[in-house]
Design a protein around this ligand. Structure first.
Ligand SMILES: Nc1ncnc2c1ncn2[C@@H]1O[C@H](COP(=O)(O)OP(=O)(O)OP(=O)(O)O)[C@@H](O)[C@H]1O
Length: 122
């Protein structure tokens, strides 16, 4: 049990490090909170919540893995190296794919609800 709590503490340290050092992670965290608030405001359905939570999780997890890969790359290859550049670019590409997925999901769920709020939509 003590070991489990210790491991959890290390994981929390990782989250703190990513939040403190990565602007993109902070931006995605805030975007996730805004989307959660929108979900509450629009009373979205259980299946819509599942898509939203999956999207937020996917973006934050890829951001964290990207940060870990960037940090490891800097450690292994502090000077310029073409392969190190590819590793970072590929890792950043994974974040972009997750973010596009999240954006499209958000548009599918919230755009019709936002359009209904427009004055002429009634
Ligand atoms: N050691 C390196 N060798 C070759 N190219 C590199 C190296 N480090 C970075 N690059 C190139 O510069 C880009 C930006 O690298 P950087 O480490 O600044 O990532 P970043 O996404 O800007 O990081 P951060 O999230 O910290 O702002 C990489 O995607 C890669 O193309």
């Amino acid at each position: 049990m003590k070991r489990l709590i210790r491991s959890f503490g290390f994981a929390i340290n990782g989250l703190k490090y990513a939040t403190a050092t990565q602007l993109n992670f902070r931006i995605h965290l805030v975007a996730g909170i805004v989307v959660l608030a929108m979900g509450l405001a629009f009373h979205i359905s259980a299946s819509e919540w599942q898509w939203i939570l999956l999207s937020i999780t996917l973006v934050l997890v890829t951001e964290l893995l990207n940060t870990a890969i960037e940090t490891l790359t800097d450690l292994v290859s502090p000077t310029y190296n073409t392969k190190a550049g590819h590793v970072k670019d590929i890792s950043a590409g994974a974040v972009v794919i997750a973010a596009v997925f999240a954006l499209i999901t958000g548009l599918i769920i919230f755009l019709p609800k936002l359009i209904l709020l427009l004055p002429h939509a009634a």
